[in-house]
Write a protein that binds this ligand. Structure first.
Ligand SMILES: *Cc1c(COP(=O)(O)O)cnc(C)c1O
Length: 496
């Protein structure tokens, strides 16, 4: 399997190169040149597998330059011993039609673990294969979940250093504590006076500054990326969509070939794009339901064909979806235009120049056929959390709450009662305050751990061990820098 760039069709690299590099030199994203095809026999076979075996099978289609032994090492390293009961993606029945795909049973209690537990293994192997021998320096700008999951995945990994920047007032108290108490000799965490965009802009400026790259190269180092522009983050996410279809088949919930809808609470369009890839591989998925919070730029795009970021930015109860530039949409556009890199490049130039672009009618028609876009504000999200808990005893975090509300709206509008998998992306205990308020409790003046205990007492759900363990932990990383000072932090950490 070879990979090309969404902005330059002449590029052709192996998966190791795509993963080591993270992003193509001209700014495009790496995409697979063919789509492997799964038959019903393959899905039946996967239904009898555990997660590690399923992961190995799926990764084998895409990472053809990795040996079976290497893939075995990566999959076992990532998925054995790090997730509750070694089940990274349990499917939990909500009602006769709806199943919650709980992706938050890993070390940091958010779905980012599914990819960031394996990325360090994939990247280490990729660096060996591309034989550059350089230390990879991973810079992360985070609004909370990616930072912690990347720190946890890369802590004490040889040949890697990782530095995370987060907005000093833009993450939840629990997310902050998770990051500032991180262990490991190759990690750094720094708060930034500013918002998430300031962090992201600062990191991007460092990535694209040739003098800074040269300074690293002189020390036999190079930057790499751990966010979902990296193909190594996306490919592990395809596994659980295939696996959940196979599991439903194995349990007899659906028959061979029966269509299953998927609902994904979306920010950067990475997770839902993985569902699209599973569908293109032949898994009988129906509508891909894209759920947004009040930052509903994707809802508008799916409905109108115009992507327009000239709008207000809202801070919501689901911070990991507070985003106005969904990077992975670029990959979808590439596939829907049958690989028209020139066209994709034009749209992305429009986006950076004018903050918007409009796709042609043929592309728009394909989008409407594949996707349904919907959104829910905080009020509707809280109501959905309360309703699910009352009706089905199911407790959802605010990101999953957005998905549940949009799913209800979809069924109301379409009367489509197909079996549906709802991606549940975070533990409710990462966002105890919002969830407690949703179920009608007072939260005023209470600290994070009191809120966790009250949520547990009110619902009967257990506090995840990794969250309980943070109580009383002393933060290691207390630096706060100005938004112009990110590079000084990098220099200090690397000893340049
Ligand atoms: C990152 C994240 C999302 C959004 O996922 P994308 O791949 O960026 O669309 C949703 N929910 C949670 C809890 C997240 O951490």
């Amino acid at each position: 399997m070879k990979y090309t760039s969404t902005r330059d069709g002449s590029i052709c690299v192996e998966s190791a190169q795509a993963i080591a590099q993270g992003i193509s030199a001209e700014g495009g994203l790496f995409v697979p040149q063919q789509m492997p095809q799964l038959t019903m026999a393959d899905l039946t076979e996967i239904a009898a597998m555990d997660y590690v075996e399923a992961a190995k099978k799926v990764l084998g289609y895409f990472l053809t330059d990795y040996t079976p032994d290497e893939i075995d090492h990566c999959a076992k390293g990532a998925y054995v011993g790090s997730f509750d009961q070694d089940r990274p993606a349990p499917l939990v029945k909500i009602n006769d039609h709806a199943y919650s795909l709980e992706l938050w049973h890993g070390p940091t209690c958010a779905f980012k673990d599914l990819a960031l537990q394996i990325l360090p293994y994939l990247l280490t192997k990729a660096a060996q294969k591309t034989a550059d021998g350089e230390t990879k320096v991973i810079l992360v700008a985070t609004s909370g979940d990616t930072g912690k999951a990347a720190l946890e995945g890369f802590a004490d990994v040889d040949g890697v250093k990782i530095l995370v920047f987060y907005p000093s007032d833009g993450v939840s108290a629990m997310q902050k504590l998770q990051m500032t108490t991180q262990k490991g000799n190759n990690v750094g965490v720094c708060a930034v006076h500013g918002n998430f965009d300031d962090c992201q802009t600062g990191v991007k400026q460092i990535f694209t500054d040739s003098q800074k790259a040269a300074a690293l190269k002189a020390g036999n180092m190079a930057f790499s990326s751990a966010n979902s522009i990296n193909w190594g983050r996306l490919v592990p996410q395809i596994i659980y969509y295939i696996y959940s279809y196979a599991s439903l088949l194995g349990q007899g919930v659906i028959t061979q070939g029966e269509t299953v809808n998927v609902v994904v609470p979306t920010g950067n369009f990475g997770n839902i794009l993985a569902a699209y890839y599973a569908k293109q591989m032949g898994v009988p998925l129906g509508k891909l339901i894209c759920a947004s919070n009040q930052n509903n730029i994707l809802t508008d795009f799916i409905r109108t064909g115009t992507y327009d970021r000239n709008r207000d930015f809202y801070t919501t109860l689901s911070p990991s979806m507070d985003i106005l530039i969904s990077s992975n949409l670029e990959r979808l556009l590439y596939h829907l235009t049958d690989g028209n890199a020139q066209q994709v490049k034009c749209w992305m130039e429009d986006l950076s120049k004018n903050g918007k672009y409009t796709v042609d009618d043929a592309t728009k028609a394909k989008i409407t056929d594949l996707f349904y876009g919907g959104c829910a504000d905080d009020t509707a999200t809280k109501a959905a959390i309360a309703r699910q808990f009352d009706r089905n005893g199911y407790l959802a975090d605010p990101h999953t709450g957005v998905a549940l509300q949009v799913y209800e709206n979809y069924v109301d509008q379409t009367d489509d009662h197909a079996v549906t998998v709802i991606a549940s992306t975070a533990s409710p205990f990462k966002f105890s305050k919002g969830v407690l308020e949703a179920i009608g409790r007072q939260t005023e003046g209470k600290d994070e751990f009191t809120l966790c205990e009250e949520l547990s007492a009110a619902t009967g759900y257990a506090i995840p061990a990794s969250i309980a363990a943070l109580r009383g932990a002393t933060p290691r990383f207390t630096d706060i820098c100005e938004k112009q000072e990110l590079w000084q932090q990098v220099v200090a950490m690397l000893g340049l």
